[in-house]
Unconditional design. Structure first.
Length: 483
């Protein structure tokens, strides 16, 4: 049995105001205790140890937020006697967000929830629909504070989850602002860096509901009026909308929901570095992209932090943060030129030990305890199979200065297949399918004159079928030679 969260107002004794006709479709609060009693006795859909924390009602629909799940109660037909009860367990929620009401002709405030459940593919001219993969609840902004609802959901999903421990004495930026202006105005200047400690202080002073009590800000990046926050529990996108800036969209992705990630350095003619994260959601949260201004963000540091927490544990990320130097702006990611020179070498045969050395230091992509088991060259690109992930290094542009690193954790790889070369085909193929979004596939060609395709079959068989028995680590003699 789970108890109601401390501080939750169940609105006991509350009388339904019903709202005016214009807002009747938007959800309004109900007495959660009375609704709990009703749905345990009259319509027994709740479990004995389940408590209702919030209850809301639209024109006919009812939404219950319980200690176990979110229940959407939807009467069907003219009479409403046929009722559909849809449950979204808290464990199925991958991301959450909220939209505040705007200033001009905008009367809706919404809470959004992204799940790991099904969507409905369209057919013919009919578009895809989110089905159970995405839930959006419209609230009456005069009766419900969606920012507080967002905080409630954050507590429910993140409150007991392990968090990265942050020691401000080992990871800090020098202050860049005297703190005298409003925090939204303070981040509006495109040329100003954000000190995470100073920004966290301003957020807690001016918008205390944005972060949880034990949530710490690790990194912060801005673009115009918008900011992206990396906390010790999630990635939080703060998106200011409209001319007045009154409508704000908050989107939170817990680190536990990230299934894969990719970083891309800035190129010669491209001023932006990029980050993409991938989840198991089948709707519009399956991929989230962010741009970072060249020279204003250390994209390699972001990659290593995500690697530590996605491929490892929060404790791994804590150790990583305690070892790195304070964040400093760089014109380019560290040692990117020397790495590109090595990758552009014409040699097609890769030594796992050499690749392991390069990717640990030049630039430092791999984790300290991560080892390269196999490395393959395909044109200018590199496919690396490590003890933790499948890593694709994609060199782009004429000069090869723009480089992306895409990481697919081995734990989310589910199936694999190999295809031998044909009579007139020099390349064999390896396909590794991951349980990410609507499906992510690693598609790799292997030159049959230089590689034995069956060693790839042996490798992934060990990794995915035989209890994670990956190929020997660097420094050990492999049973079957890749070359």
């Amino acid at each position: 049995e789970e108890t109601v969260q401390p501080g939750v107002d169940r609105m006991e004794g509350h009388v339904d105001p019903k709202g005016n006709w214009f807002f009747r479709d938007n959800q309004r609060p109900l007495d959660a205790a009375a609704m709990e009693d009703y749905y345990k006795t009259s319509v027994p859909i709740l479990q004995p140890g389940e408590s209702v924390e919030f209850a809301f009602k639209g024109r006919r629909d009812v939404t219950l937020f319980t200690t176990k799940r979110i229940i959407d109660i939807d009467p069907k037909g003219l009479t409403g006697t046929r009722i559909e009860y849809t449950s979204f367990p808290w464990t199925s929620i991958l991301g959450f967000g909220a939209k505040t009401v705007g200033k001009y002709m905008d009367n809706d405030a919404e809470v959004m929830l992204w799940t790991d459940m099904m969507y409905f593919p369209g057919a013919g001219d009919n578009p895809d629909t989110p089905g159970m993969s995405f839930l959006e609840i419209d609230f009456n902004p005069k009766l419900v504070d969606v920012v507080k609802m967002k905080r409630y959901i954050a507590k429910r999903l993140l409150g007991t989850s392990p968090k990265v421990k942050l020691d401000p004495n080992t990871f800090a930026l020098a202050p860049t602002n005297d703190g005298s202006d409003n925090w939204i105005d303070w981040i509006g200047d495109n040329q100003r860096a954000i000190d995470p400690q100073a920004l966290e202080k301003k957020i807690r002073e001016e918008q205390g509901d944005l972060l949880l009590e034990d949530e710490r800000l690790i990194m912060a990046f801005k673009s115009g009026r918008d900011i992206v926050l990396f906390t010790n529990a999630r990635i939080l996108d703060y998106d200011v909308r409209g001319l007045s800036g009154k409508k704000i969209k908050y989107t939170s992705v817990p680190y536990s929901s990230i299934r894969a990630f990719k970083v891309e350095s800035a190129g010669s003619f491209d001023r932006d570095a990029e980050l993409a994260i991938y989840t198991r959601n089948l709707w519009d949260l399956q991929k989230v992209s962010m741009d970072f201004r060249k020279g204003k963000a250390d994209i390699i540091a972001i990659q290593r932090f995500l690697a530590a927490i996605v491929l490892g544990t929060p404790d791994d990320a804590t150790r990583y943060l305690s070892q790195i130097q304070p964040f400093k702006h760089k014109k380019d990611p560290p040692n990117m030129k020397s790495f590109a020179s090595w990758l552009l070498d014409n040699s097609s045969e890769e030594d796992a030990s050499q690749t392991n050395e390069v990717l640990h230091h030049d630039p430092p992509i791999l984790l300290a305890d991560e080892q390269v088991n196999r490395a393959y060259r395909q044109g200018r690109d590199l496919y690396v199979w490590t003890t933790h992930r499948a890593l694709v290094v994609d060199v782009q542009g004429l000069r090869g200065k723009k480089v992306s690193y895409k990481s697919i954790p081995v734990q989310w790889c589910r199936t694999f297949e190999i295809e031998t070369a044909g009579h007139l085909d020099r390349d064999a193929e390896v396909y590794v399918h991951a349980d990410i979004g609507r499906g992510m596939t690693l598609d790799q060609s292997i030159l049959v004159k230089k590689h034995d395709i069956y060693t790839a079959h042996d490798y992934w068989g060990r990794a995915l079928i035989f209890d994670g028995e990956l190929a020997p680590s660097v420094g050990e003699e492999p049973e079957i030679s890749v070359w």
